[in-house]
Write a protein that binds this ligand. Structure first.
Ligand SMILES: [Zn+2]
Length: 476
């Protein structure tokens, strides 16, 4: 009625009310037409905005450095949030959102995408250098920081070179692998499921970077196997045994996550497969720097997550996840390899029989396993070559883990592998209870699967059991 009488729109009324509210007076507020701020006021606002933006913590990201200046703000921030905080902290001072956006653009900063990890070592260096009062110490810190960055760049370039080299040589291939974060079942779009413990499906993705290669997802769920070092090694073992016979040299790239990649069981498996498989001559296991690790399979994982978000499809049981991943397209469709208990081996058993773990090399010199960047496996089972860098020019040192160096030769052909498991793994009792409580939301043909899950007598602490980090498995 009011609007009709005065012939103004609802929007205009809202604006006037908003202005009255924010000015805190009962008097009409000027609409600012014809009273634009002078230029120097604008400069002051710009400076205020700039110093506000500079207050936020910033990160440097290295593998993106090549295409940008690489300065990132935390991923939980966005332009609107920053502007709101600016207005809150500078009450009475002006500056439009448009101007704020302009000032932000001039800084060249970007918001960190949650996918991109920053490196803890880099972050620590940056803080320490900033806070260091002593000039000599500061220079030393800066030099160490530069060395670290150079090493990260070198690892990145090395991987690139390896990938280029296999294009001309089909006897060689590069395998890049990483474990995806847990995929939960049932995955249904109802809030109820958010508060329940769900069944975990694991996916170890291996990208074969050769021309004929592609992405393979090795998938299983928690009643089939865990996600420790024996299980990760078992997936790689299956992959290595399925390589075409013309491949004699394999390079693997992974991050240095100890529990899964840089560990004893993985080393034993790689040594075993090289010694047993006739066509394989060399496996080079290379480790990229944590925080600087841009692995091709991480992009594959992002594709799976994006496809899932876009379809909003319900995935009731782990089998539905396997099927879903098959529908995700990279350059080629993803191949899914479903892991059964017959595929999971206990490589650690060799430490009871033929091998013995040693902390020194063959010259009796101590080994710092955390510093190992490159392991090389050749025909002799139990002998590992290693170096602390990824440089071709640096020499390998040698470890010999064989128990019995003299006497009868080892017969690798007769070596038998023990399975990790002989029955389904029990799941957490509370988790089973939660899963059964969701049955009314799940189609009947899937009920049996959940009803049949065995439970352990022990009820695990939820947090530890559900942990997303890669803490399971043995230290390097
Ligand atoms: Zn770093």
């Amino acid at each position: 009625m009011f609007q009709a009488v005065y012939g103004i729109s609802r929007g205009k009324v809202d604006v006037i009310l908003q202005k009255l509210k924010s000015s805190g007076t009962k008097f009409p507020v000027s609409d600012c037409r014809g009273c634009h701020e002078p230029i120097n006021k604008m400069t002051e606002e710009r400076n205020l905005m700039r110093s506000h933006i500079d207050k936020y913590p910033k990160y440097e990201s290295h593998y993106t450095r090549r295409d940008s200046n690489g300065i990132y703000l935390p991923s939980h921030l966005n332009m609107k949030k920053m502007y709101d905080e600016y207005k809150n902290e500078n009450v009475g001072k002006g500056g439009s959102y448009e101007l704020f956006k302009l000032v932000f653009k001039e800084t060249g900063y970007k918001f960190k995408k949650p996918k991109i990890d920053t490196c803890k070592i880099c972050d620590t260096f940056q803080i320490n250098i900033k806070q260091c009062k002593n000039e000599i110490e500061r220079v030393a810190l800066q030099r160490n920081y530069d060395d670290h960055k150079a090493m990260a760049d070198f690892a990145y370039l090395q991987k690139k070179e390896d990938k280029e080299s296999i294009l001309k040589n089909n006897e060689k291939t590069v395998l890049v692998f990483n474990l995806q974060k847990v995929l939960n079942s049932p995955s249904i779009s109802t809030n109820v499921a958010c508060y329940k413990r769900l069944l975990a499906t694991y996916n170890l993705t291996i990208r074969d970077c050769s021309v004929i290669g592609g992405t393979e997802c090795y998938m299983w769920h928690e009643a089939i196997g865990g996600r420790g070092s024996n299980q990760i090694a078992s997936c790689l073992y299956k992959k290595l045994n399925s390589l075409p016979p013309h491949v004699s040299h394999v390079i693997t790239d992974s991050d240095t996550c100890g529990g899964q990649n840089r560990n004893v069981n993985m080393a034993i498996m790689l040594s075993l497969v090289t010694s047993v498989r006739d066509t394989l001559k060399v496996i080079d296991q290379k480790f990229l720097l944590p925080g600087h690790t841009h692995l091709e399979c991480d992009a594959d994982h992002a594709k799976i997550e994006k496809a899932k978000k876009e379809t909003n499809i319900s995935l009731m049981v782990p089998r539905d996840w396997y099927q879903f991943v098959r529908t995700v397209r990279g350059k080629k469709p993803f191949k899914v390899v479903v892991m059964t208990q017959q595929d999971f081996y206990s490589f650690s058993d060799f430490l009871q029989s033929e091998l013995i773990k040693k902390n020194t090399d063959i010259n009796g010199e101590k080994i710092n396993r955390l510093q190992i960047k490159w392991l090389r496996f050749q025909k002799e089972f139990g002998i590992f070559q290693f170096k602390y860098s990824l440089k071709d020019s640096d020499d390998f040192r040698t470890m010999d883990w064989r128990r019995n160096r003299r006497g009868r030769p080892f017969s690798t052909q007769k070596r038998s592998l023990n399975l990790s498991y002989n029955s389904s793994l029990p799941i957490n009792q509370l988790k089973k209870k939660d899963l059964l409580s969701l049955l009314p939301l799940i189609p009947e043909e899937c009920h049996q699967f959940y009803e049949d899950l065995a439970t352990s007598h022990r009820s695990f602490g939820n947090e530890v059991y559900e942990s997303e980090d890669h803490s399971e498995g043995e230290d390097p």
